[in-house]
Design a protein around this ligand. Structure first.
Ligand code: ANZ
Ligand code: ZN
Length: 823
């Protein structure tokens, strides 16, 4: 017999899998279909340990479902537009495609070596014109439906990257990528109207409950941020001697019941409104204050412990319910882009308003008698339930009654109504960068924004731009390419210009799971028949860093496409698994810590299977793996031990297992049955532990009893090979071939479980005290002495007989006898 040689196995099997097409779905309806999807990689350099973990987990699911008899679609592609390629191209005076496709080739080769069971024929890249032609189609579909619109608005601007950032890409006021402080800039930008779907995005989460991690659902809910309340219009009293007749400003409040408790009014300092209404004598003070506010992040501004500052605007807002005149302030604790950017301040019942009132010496009036101490005295706003006071017609009502009544009153007055506010903003999709899908719009002086006709798609990126020509200059690099920009209007034929922005790469990834249906289809984004057969994705696997944006955008696009009649479901991903991170020494791997582990080096040293096994065995899939705590060499030894079983089996394929050792047979059948329960429950690591036990039990049987010729040894070893194929495909193939099977263990299918063999054999143990029989226990023949002793001591009969007695010694002869000797 030979020795376990992972390198030989690795070089042999990849070709066989390719030739047999074992990972291609049959797609003929002969088996129930399942779709397993890994979040597709970004092609930065070669694969790293994080990829190795994520893809090992996804592959367990794909391989398990295949062995279980499903027709499995498990595709791969690349999210290949984006900044790093462009930055590399600027540096090297190249085109971004060069860097991108070189890295993709490197990663593809590594994925093949890593033995991921994907259908390579469906491979896609979002930067391929054949792909982004359909991203452009998607844009036009949304545009035609009024779900893509252009608007001049202040946007987050990263001065270093010279690009617009979505709100989501601003972290604590800084650029998510480079950490530079983000500023605001006025630009004409494209948006997708995701806010139209805010409520549906919330409602449909019901379908995901129990199938997606609860924390991801919570993050999405929070991001959408639904608040119930009311819009109430306040009139800003006209300035004396001015022509302005008093303009209306709407506030959003979640507490209309506190309308009588409003003692002042605040507008966001950075909102246009503040500058528009400020009285002339306060204009300079406001300007100075606005400069100060610019430097703060939203998080700082909203923090309850943030010192309250603001400027009186010299104006008064009139409360529609009681006609009271409230002084109007500009302050930073009110955000310009939340609600309406203006609030009625109720210091008695809102802590931030109270802090502001204290800082500015403004009155505090409690309107809900909560039984707590007066907020004006304690400085602590009260928010409990109680009866309304100081509230005119609302007096005596409960908070809830007051809430409804106040809304009714403003509605009757025509000054307000119930309103549901969402934190969610529309999705800013245009980028002033080169390496993305060009926005397929032509601007015509006469016709406005005209979509590029379908037969002219794709609008291709120019191939002749490189290096400095790609550098961001505050406008899109494409704008400098006159030959590309100048075109004619598809509608009137006059000279017109192309939109020079490209799409956010999140647009590319918001629909890629649909393109896998028919990646080479040149007639449609996705084939209808295939879509009905495969979608939605049964299991999506990827990092929790995509908990909000990518998943929210994909969910939105799915809903929009459903409304447009292109698909027949509303949620794209039925189940989601967030794998953990790979750490080293308890910390994320990073250059600065110098604790990086090179995947290629690990694969060279221990082999693909040992690394994959280590990833899966280390912890439950959602937990982090600390590479400092795991043992790839231990995994390698275990694989060698499993592999040697196949070498030692002497019975022939097809031998009648029924004649085999009963106890090993039952261990095999139990392992196969339990493995399925564990896999269904996502406990992949425990499955590995079960396989290890079965390997040990098999070796024990070889070393005793009927030895290697026992049919049960073959049965167990075959089961080990099939189960191991989920994590260690090369070793499993070698074992399967050694056991005399062809052509691939991937086609073996799970062994059938015989329920009769699941019943564990038991033996009867007797428990004696002073030689006298006190109880009989049914126990496993392999029970340990400690376990048998513990079982005996727990017996009610034994405890009764021992009452008041002192034990001298306990003699245990597992599995048959326990003899307790008392003093
Ligand atoms: C009066 C009031 C009385 C309020 C009270 C609260 C308690 P959520 O739940 O987050 O939606 N608000 C509205 N727009 C704001 C903005 N742009 N910046 C800062 N605060 C803003 O919060 C809604 C409440 O936050 C609103 O209800 C408003 O204050 C404030 F006892 O109105 B409330
Ligand atoms: Zn025109």
């Amino acid at each position: 017999t030979g020795t376990y040689d992972f390198k030989a196995a690795e070089s042999k099997w990849a070709q066989v899998w390719d030739d047999l097409g074992v990972y291609k779905p049959l797609d003929d309806g002969s088996k129930e279909r399942r779709y397993v999807l890994d979040m597709f990689p970004y092609p930065s350099g070669d694969l790293h340990m994080g990829h190795a973990e994520a893809f090992a987990m996804g592959d367990v699911v794909a391989r398990y479902w295949r062995q279980k008899g499903f027709d499995v679609l498990h595709p791969i592609g690349w999210d290949s537009f984006g900044l790093p390629a462009e930055n590399a191209a600027i540096k090297r005076n190249a085109h971004p495609a060069e860097w991108t496709y070189k890295n993709i080739d490197t990663q593809a080769a590594s994925f093949k070596r890593y033995g991921i069971s994907v259908d390579w024929s469906r491979r896609l890249q979002t930067s391929d014109p054949e792909y982004y032609r359909w991203t452009q189609w998607l844009f036009i579909e949304l545009f035609n439906r009024g779900l893509a619109y252009r608007q001049n608005s202040p946007v987050n601007w990263c001065p270093k990257d010279q690009t617009v950032l979505a709100n989501e890409q601003v972290v604590n006021g800084a650029c998510e990528r480079c950490g530079t402080l983000v500023t605001k800039k006025e630009l004409n930008q494209w948006y997708f109207k995701i806010t139209d779907y805010a409520q549906q995005l919330l409602d449909d989460m019901e379908q995901l409950e129990g199938h997606w991690p609860e924390r991801v659902l919570a993050m999405q809910r929070n991001w959408i941020g639904r608040s119930e309340g009311a819009h109430v219009n306040f009139v800003i009293e006209a300035l004396e001697g001015s022509e302005d007749t008093g303009r209306q400003v709407t506030v959003f409040t979640t507490r209309p019941d506190t309308l009588y408790g409003a003692t002042f009014f605040v507008v966001a300092a950075d909102a246009k409104l503040a500058a528009e209404i400020v009285a002339p004598e306060q204009a300079a003070a406001l300007e100075e204050y606005r400069e100060q506010v610019k430097a703060l992040s939203d998080i700082d501004r909203l923090a309850t412990d943030h010192e309250k500052t603001g400027v009186f605007l010299g104006r008064y807002a009139i409360n529609p319910l009681n006609g009271e005149k409230l002084p109007v302030y500009a302050a930073d604790y009110v955000l310009a882009d939340y609600g309406t950017g203006a609030i009625m301040a109720v210091p008695a019942h809102d802590q931030r308003d109270l802090d502001f009132a204290k800082a500015m010496g403004l009155p505090v009036r409690a309107v809900v008698d909560t039984g707590e101490e007066d907020p004006a005295v304690t400085g602590i706003a009260t928010s409990g339930t109680g009866t309304l006071i100081n509230s005119g017609d609302l007096n005596g009502l409960t908070k809830e009654e007051g809430y409804a009544k106040a809304i009714e009153m403003v509605r009757e007055q025509g000054t307000g109504d119930a309103y549901i506010n969402f934190r969610l903003r529309d999705w800013l999709v245009s980028r002033q960068r080169f390496w993305g899908a060009p926005i397929p719009i032509i601007h015509c002086d006469s016709c406005g924004a005209v979509p590029v006709p379908d037969e002219q798609l794709p609008v291709r990126l120019p191939e002749d731009m490189r290096g400095e020509q790609l550098a961001p200059k505050g406008q899109s690099p494409l704008a400098s390419n006159a030959a590309w920009v100048n075109t004619e209007c598809p509608s009137c034929g006059k000279a017109a210009t192309r939109d020079t922005d490209t799409m956010d790469t999140f647009v590319d990834s918001s629909w890629y799971y649909l393109r896998y249906m028919s990646p080479n289809n040149s007639e449609a984004a996705f084939d209808q028949e295939a879509m009905k057969n495969w979608m939605p994705v049964d299991q999506y696997v990827g990092g929790v860093e995509h908990a909000i944006l990518h998943l929210l955008y994909s969910r939105f696009i799915t809903k929009a496409l459903a409304d447009l009649g292109h698909i027949n479901f509303t949620e794209p991903f039925k189940a989601l698994l967030n794998q953990g991170q790979v750490l080293n020494g308890g910390k994320a791997m990073s250059k600065s810590l110098g604790n990086g582990v090179d995947l290629g080096q690990q694969l060279d040293e221990y082999g693909v299977d040992a690394i994959r096994l280590t990833m899966v065995f280390a912890s439950p899939p959602e937990d982090d793996v600390d590479w400092a705590d795991v043992s790839p060499s231990g995994s390698q030894k275990f694989l060698a031990r499993a592999w040697r079983l196949a070498q030692d089996v002497t019975s022939a394929p097809g031998v009648d297992f029924a004649a085999g050792d009963k106890s090993l047979r039952s261990a095999t059948h139990r392992t196969v049955a339990e493995a399925q329960e564990l896999l269904d429950a996502g406990k992949f690591n425990v499955v590995i532990a079960r396989i290890m036990s079965l390997v040990n039990a098999t070796r024990k049987t070889i070393d005793s009893g009927a030895g290697a010729a026992d049919p049960a040894v073959r049965e167990a070893t075959e089961a080990v090979a099939i189960l191991l194929s989920l994590v260690a495909p090369y070793t499993a193939e070698d074992m399967w071939a050694q056991l005399g099977h062809e052509p691939s263990v991937a086609l073996a299918g799970l062994p059938a479980v015989d329920p009769a063999l699941l019943v564990e054999d038991t033996v009867t143990a007797v428990v004696q005290i002073q030689g006298k029989l006190r109880d009989r226990l049914e126990v496993s023949p392999d029970i340990s002495e400690e376990d048998l002793k513990a079982a005996a001591m727990e017996s009610a009969n034994v405890q009764r007989a021992l009452e008041g007695k002192e034990i001298r010694t306990v003699i245990v002869r597992a599995p048959k006898l326990v003899n307790i000797v008392t003093k």
